[in-house]
Design a protein around this ligand. Structure first.
Ligand SMILES: C[S@@+](CC[C@H](N)C(=O)[O-])C[C@H]1O[C@@H](n2cnc3c(N)ncnc32)[C@H](O)[C@@H]1O
Length: 230
């Protein structure tokens, strides 16, 4: 019999590092968390109430230092952005941008996205999901930690609205190939570029440090645009 106590702990796609926060990030986190932060809980959120309007709603998973999020939210004030990140300095950095740019269309949750998708996001509540440059976990023995797999896609499906889209970018060729393989096993997903193909780079996707670093190493960047069959 399997009980809570003898179950294996879940394989997580991140390791919490004790990253240092600058004092500006710490200050921004303290002053802005009550306004822009959402604590994790197992109760579904009322996102209309949280954003105080009905607008296209984007879930960005793994926002890192929030560079893409800050730019997109500034360039697209018509959209609302729900940023998910576990790395505290990253949350602090995005809070700083929110304050500096006076953005009102970003909210943040600092928790494992797997649990957020399972418990906290209501069905049919998100228009688009962005996952840009997920941790590559390059060693073969760590591939099982990669965030994008069929169980993550199965958790995304119910929270996406009809006609919702998932956009992914990675500069790790073997991760891109692994995603193609996962898509091949998911009968309910449509790769909008066509089977086994990559999408063109979306013009609205800002360049981040991770993308620049990949390009400097000579990596190619692979984009995906996906939809679910309803
Ligand atoms: C390589 S960074 C990319 C950051 C950003 N998207 C960019 O392009 O600059 C990936 C981020 O995903 C976050 N992450 C990984 N697994 C996560 C999870 N299960 N839930 C929330 N965040 C996660 C990590 O903490 C890390 O900051």
């Amino acid at each position: 019999m399997t009980t809570e106590s003898n179950q294996h702990p879940p394989i997580r796609s991140f390791v919490l590092r004790d990253g240092r926060m600058t004092s500006a990030q710490k200050d921004a986190l303290e002053s802005s968390w009550p306004i822009h932060g959402i604590d994790f809980s197992k109760e579904p959120l009322d996102l209309h109430k949280i954003f105080a309007r009905h607008a296209p709603r984007i879930l960005e998973i793994g926002t890192g230092m929030g560079d893409a999020t800050g730019q997109m939210a500034e360039n697209h004030k018509e959209n609302d952005y729900l940023a998910i990140e576990v790395h505290r300095p990253g949350i602090g950095s995005l809070m700083r941008q929110i304050e500096e740019k006076k953005l009102s269309n970003i909210r943040l949750i600092s928790h494992d996205v797997v649990e957020i998708l399972k418990y906290q996001l209501p069905e049919n509540s998100i228009d688009c999901v962005y996952i840009f440059f997920p941790d590559p976990w390059p060693k073969k023995k760590h591939h099982k930690r990669r965030l994008i797999n069929s169980s993550l896609l199965s958790l995304i499906k119910p929270v996406l609205k009809k006609h919702g889209r998932v956009f992914i970018a990675t500069d790790w060729e073997d991760y891109a190939e692994q995603i193609i393989e996962v898509l091949g096993h998911q009968a309910d997903i449509i790769n909008l570029a066509g089977n086994n193909k990559y999408s063109p780079r979306p013009r609205w996707r800002p360049m981040t440090k991770f993308e620049k670093r990949g390009l400097n190493k000579g990596h190619q960047v692979f984009d995906f645009a996906l939809a679910f069959k309803n």
